[in-house]
Structures are given as C-alpha cells and as structure tokens.
Design a binder for this molecule. Sequence first.
Ligand SMILES: Nc1nc2c(ncn2[C@@H]2O[C@H](COP(=O)(O)OP(=O)(O)OP(=O)(O)O)[C@@H](O)[C@H]2O)c(=O)[nH]1
Ligand SMILES: [Mg+2]
Length: 255
Amino acid sequence: MPVNAPMEYFKAEEKFNQAKNKADKIAALEEMIRLMPRHHGSENALAQLKARLAKLKKEGEKKGARKIGLKKEGDAQICILGVTNSGKSTLLRKVTGAKPKVSSTPYTTTKPQVGMMDYCGVKVQLVEIPATFEPEYMSIARGCDAIIITGDDEEVKKVMKNSFIRQKSIKLSADDYNLKGKIWNTLGLMVVYTKKTKTAMSLPIGASVKDFASKIHKDFIKDFRFARIQRKGRLIQAGLKYKLQNNDIVELYMG
Ligand SMILES: Nc1nc2c(ncn2[C@@H]2O[C@H](COP(=O)(O)OP(=O)(O)OP(=O)(O)O)[C@@H](O)[C@H]2O)c(=O)[nH]1
Ligand SMILES: [Mg+2]
C-alpha cells in the first residue's frame, strides 16, 4: 500500500481491478504509476507497478497474432489502420474477396478481418485492424510489411508511434483511383514470371537473377549456367549478377 497516495490513485486501482481487457488494464496501470507519490517509502511499490506494466505489454506482443489465430499468408502482408468509420472494411472489400461488414455504426469491426489481394498473380494479405487498437492487434501491425492508413491520419500516427509501428505507411481511401496499384507500390516489390509455368513471383526491386534462382530452389545456384530473360520483346542472356526488372520472364539454364 503506497504511503500518502492521493484518492485518484485508489480510483485508478479500482479501474484496474474492474478492467475487462488488456488495453484498459494497461491504461489504468499507467495512471496508477503517474499518480503514485515519488518518495523513498514508495519506491518498491512503484517498481512493482512498472514491472507489472512491462509484463502486461510484453504478453500482448508475444501472444497477439497467435491468440486470434491469424496466419501470415501470401507474398506480403499489409495492415489497414484507421479510426472508426474511416472506410477500412470498405477498402478491404474493394481490393479482396473478403466481405467484412460495412456500416455507419461505430466500431462495427471488432476482430481483425483478413482478405487476399491479387496483384498480377502475386498474393498480398490485407488485415483490417479494429479501431479499438488493442495491443494484441497492434502486434499484428508491428509484424507486417506495410501500413495503409484510412481517414484522419493524425490519431493513427500517434497510435503507431506508441505501439512502435515503424513500417512504411500510405494514406488511402476506398475511392482512390488505381487502389491496387497504390497498395502494391508501398511494398517496394516487383513481379517477375517463370518461363515454364508462368508463375508470378515477387522480389525486392533491384533483385538479381541469383535472388530469383535461389527463391525457386537452393540447388539452382550451384548448377546455374545462364538465364534467358524476355523483356519488352527483347531476349537477354544473363549471369547471376544481372539485375531483373518488373515483368521480366525468366528461364534458367542449368549445367
Ligand atoms: N465509399 C466510401 N465510403 C466510405 C469511406 N469511408 C467511410 N465510408 C462509409 O462510412 C461508413 C463506415 O465504413 P466502414 O468501411 O465500415 O468503416 P470502418 O473503418 O471499417 O469502420 P469500423 O470497422 O466500424 O471501425 C460506411 O457507411 C461507408 O460506406 C470511403 O472512403 N469511401
Ligand atoms: Mg470495419
């Protein structure tokens, strides 16, 4: 029991005990820490509260994605962050086959919603993060490849900062022209195709023949002789170091 704690402290403690979810617990704990008197007699109690807070925050990070059963699928994952009614579900519906509920009632989406966007044969997983921004959902956003922000971005940027979400972000609306193209461009990837099976593959912009070959199979580097690349009607013969470009069709010759 802290010595000389103000009344507000006990109110915050009561809030902590009543809290039903992690976000509320964290908020109450932070309030308790703020209200705890700073003197020699309260040092231990303060340290305990801080340890409890750290543990609570860490739990959210570790369990988050697994607890809600969300599996990373496709070539890349993008999270949609936005305050309520900013059109997250509307955007998800437009670019994927997913059918999350769209409604003008605030906080319609309460669980992360997942959809798969096809871009020139490459699959990108999109995840709508509920506007409650619960820590366990923010941990999904922390691990994805890029962020789409819908609506007013000021609040979202604050939330991102507090949750250590530092990926590249882009502000978009569901009504934007060339929505899929804009989403794809945030990833810094290009699409190349295998000649034989016409399979689309994603690689970082600037990737080489070697990157392409090793993505298909480890042994392809060892037995590599040369690559034949179809690019804008031209045929190029190239070695491992040769840099690929978007839309290249690549055939590997092995020895
Ligand atoms: N066409 C269009 N409608 C929008 C846009 N933003 C919001 N709306 C409308 O606003 C309401 C909420 O849209 P949702 O897509 O459900 O918004 P959300 O961000 O998913 O909201 P929550 O899940 O409740 O937090 C709906 O009536 C939409 O039609 C937009 O950019 N374009
Ligand atoms: Mg929604």
